[in-house]
Write a protein that binds this ligand. Structure first.
Ligand SMILES: *[C@@H]1O[C@H](CO)[C@@H](O)[C@H](O)[C@H]1NC(C)=O
Ligand SMILES: *[C@@H]1O[C@H](CO)[C@@H](O)[C@H](O)[C@H]1NC(C)=O
Ligand SMILES: *[C@@H]1O[C@H](CO)[C@@H](O)[C@H](O)[C@H]1NC(C)=O
Length: 351
């Protein structure tokens, strides 16, 4: 019952969905607007939003719009995980627990009430219109991965103990109301350390998955090497390596470039993501070249062959016409989730 991306984008509806969203209950961002009957009208849409920090509780504003994927940047200080774009935006009470985990427990408690008539073990998701739809919480680790990730794992406990997380049980992936995905400095080796149980998944590098969409023998793709200048540029942003580079799977950004192994699959990863600007490049006069299209098509194909959901971040967002053209192309090429980070700015006309 999820609304398809093609329907939304081709009808030019995403802007409308965002603009109209949550009209009842405006001004209140607490749980008060979330009696289960309220979410009756929310149609989940395959879009992703990043850090709605202008909102007091960013999770609620995203869910009110029906977004099925939200992202929080987390920073470890004094054994607590703070949420914010950068260190200057952090405050004591904006933590992963206060902004995401606890509100999710509250919402899901309402969606899964204990009554004498239910078995007290329902796993309804956040959307009444599609209770089987899992909400993705993408956790972007900003501080040292090895130190920070164990804190993320620990803070998921309220969701874990209620059986509300998507898990890999050693054999298969069992979807739950919330799917946790680690990105940024989240270390692949820690995310996948346990072979028999995982309730978090990796954001795999889409730019490592390109395969020739024509199905013929791969031809070497020309790539502007000036774009690659300075390894340090990528040192702390491991997902931005252009397609010609092979990425190490270690969490150490300075590790030697490892041979590319086909290690990413649905048991360890959920998304396959890349920066649009870094992998596809700039658009010339608002148009994608055949070579750029070939990159997109080959990357999406590689992600899908692994069962992963393809996602680009850092999409061109202005002018609006160009942004819409990119959305249309991505949808046509089979992208699974659209990043809509820029909608607030776009609708406020800050340009
Ligand atoms: C954080 O504290 C400030 C000041 O007390 C308050 O205005 C704000 O609503 C709090 N934010 C959250 C997410 O609790
Ligand atoms: C569910 O839990 C409630 C409260 O703990 C209890 O009263 C009820 O009997 C339980 N329902 C079932 C079907 O076990
Ligand atoms: C994997 O996770 C399960 C469930 O938390 C735990 O019982 C088991 O000991 C873990 N295995 C390892 C090798 O850490």
């Amino acid at each position: 019952m999820i609304m398809s991306l093609a329907t939304l984008v081709w009808a030019g509806d995403i802007q409308q969905v965002i603009a109209d969203w949550g009209k009842p209950g405006k001004g209140s961002e607490g749980l008060s607007w979330w009696p289960t009957s309220f979410s009756r009208d929310i149609i989940p849409i395959p879009c992703h939003s990043h850090n709605d920090y202008w909102r007091r509780v960013p999770l609620f504003s995203a869910l009110r719009r029906g977004l099925i994927s939200v992202e929080a940047d987390v920073w470890l200080f004094d054994n607590e995980l703070y949420v914010g774009h950068d260190t200057s935006s952090l405050t004591r009470n904006r933590t992963l627990s206060s902004l995401y985990i606890n509100p999710l427990v509250d919402i899901l408690s309402k969606q899964n009430p204990s009554t004498e008539f239910t078995d007290n073990n329902t796993r309804n998701g956040v959307f009444d219109t599609d209770p089987g739809k899992s909400l993705v919480l993408l956790i972007d680790v900003k501080t040292n991965g090895r130190e920070t990730w164990p804190h993320v794992v620990a803070q998921l406990e309220p969701l874990r103990k209620r059986n509300w997380l998507t898990v890999f049980d050693g054999t298969s992936v069992v979807p739950g109301p919330v799917t946790i995905v680690g990105t940024g400095n989240a270390p692949f080796n820690l995310v996948t350390a346990n072979q028999t149980y995982r309730d978090y998944f990796f954001d795999a590098p889409l730019d490592s998955m390109w395969e020739d969409p024509s199905g013929q023998l791969s031809k070497i793709m020309a790539w502007d090497d000036s774009e690659l200048a300075g390894e340090e540029k990528f040192a702390d942003r491991p997902f931005q390596l252009p397609p010609s580079r092979k990425r190490s799977t270690s969490d150490d950004g300075n590790a030697p470039i490892a041979p590319l192994l086909d290690i990413y699959n649905t048991t360890n990863s959920y998304y396959a993501s890349a920066s649009f600007g870094d992998t596809v490049g700039r658009m010339w006069r608002g148009h994608l070249t055949d070579q750029q299209l070939n990159i997109i098509r080959g990357q999406i194909q590689g992600a899908h062959r692994r069962g992963l959901k393809a996602r680009y971040w850092d999409l061109p967002n202005w002018p609006i016409g160009m942004r819409n053209r990119v959305w249309n192309i991505l949808v046509r090429e089979g992208i699974d989730i659209l990043n809509v980070d820029d909608l607030k700015d776009a609708s406020r006309g800050v340009w």
